[in-house]
Each structure stands twice: as C-alpha cells, then as structure tokens.
Design a protein around this ligand. Structure first.
Ligand SMILES: [Zn+2]
Ligand SMILES: [Zn+2]
Length: 167
C-alpha cells in the first residue's frame, strides 16, 4: 500500500459526466450548424455526428453507473451501511437472481430489479437491525439481511436499531 494513493471519488466521476454532457452538446451544435449550411457538400459531412453524440451519451451512462458503484463500495467500507458481501432484496431477503450484470427479485409480486450485479456486490442498504446469534455474537444488518439471518441462524434475535431522524 502506498501512502500516495488517492482513490478516485464519485464526485470525480460526476465531474467527468458534466464534461461528457458538454461534449455531447458541442457535437450536436456542430451537427445543427452544418445542417444549416448553404453548401450541400458541407451538409453532407454531418452524418457521423449524431452517432458520435450517441456514443458520448453511452460514455456518460457508464460514468454514472461507475459513480454509483463506487459510492456503494465506499459506504460499505466506512461501515455506515450493511456490509454483507452479497446483495438481497430489501423487502424479501435472499431471493435474488442475477445475470449479465443485472439482478432481480424472484419473489412473486416483487418488481424490484437492479442494473448491476447486486447478487455479487457488497450490500450497501441502510443498517436497520442488530442480529444477535445464539452465542451472543452480534452484527448490524439491513432489513433484508436480518430476515435472511433469522431464517439461517438458529435462535438469532433481531433488535431494531435506533435510526435517528427517520420517521
Ligand atoms: Zn423482493
Ligand atoms: Zn444487507
């Protein structure tokens, strides 16, 4: 581990998104201005620019998704959210399926789905419950992981955490 390492922040990624937005706008502006040219040959060269602007929109989407992933990873690191290394449905617990970088809840009637590999990612849901097992060991977990722990751990006791400021 090097002391000089500075981890990029979600804010840096959001800054890049602003630059991507600006780039996209400038490309579309050139596209519009070429389209208004009295010279048909100048109008004829604008055809790649709509695609180019679309590619920048995709780049922006990837930056956005990465910012969200990074925010979740960092929240898990600092202990302010549930750190169980796999995801659950906040309402139903251990009911997720995933494939191709997406995940969804398999509980009938549950419409929750996620555009990242939630099953294989640290949870990141708000801490809601203290789970104490039959040996007296305890950890804090989100609602979904507490549900799951109750099913798996014989004699586990759940206590609601004080979540200040929430109605
Ligand atoms: Zn669900
Ligand atoms: Zn959790």
């Amino acid at each position: 581990m090097s002391d000089s390492y500075r981890e990029p922040t979600p804010a840096e990624l959001r800054d890049l998104m602003v630059e991507a937005d600006a780039l996209q706008r400038r490309i579309l502006d050139v596209h519009t201005r070429l389209g208004a040219s009295p010279n048909p040959e100048a109008r004829g060269v604008k055809f790649r620019l709509e695609d180019a602007a679309g590619l920048v929109r995709d780049v922006r989407g990837d930056l956005d998704a990465t910012a969200s992933d990074l925010a979740r990873v960092r929240a898990v690191q600092d202990g302010s959210v549930c750190a169980v290394p796999w995801g659950v449905c906040p309402d139903h617990g251990n009911t997720l399926r995933g494939s191709g970088g997406r995940a969804w809840c398999t509980e009938p009637g549950c419409a929750r789905k996620w555009t990242y590999d939630r099953l294989g990612s640290p949870c990141g849901e708000p801490l809601a419950v203290k789970v104490t097992d039959s040996f007296g060991d305890s950890f804090s977990a989100c609602q979904g992981h507490a549900l799951d722990a109750q099913k798996r751990l014989d004699g586990a006791v759940l206590t609601l955490l004080d979540t200040e400021g929430t109605a």
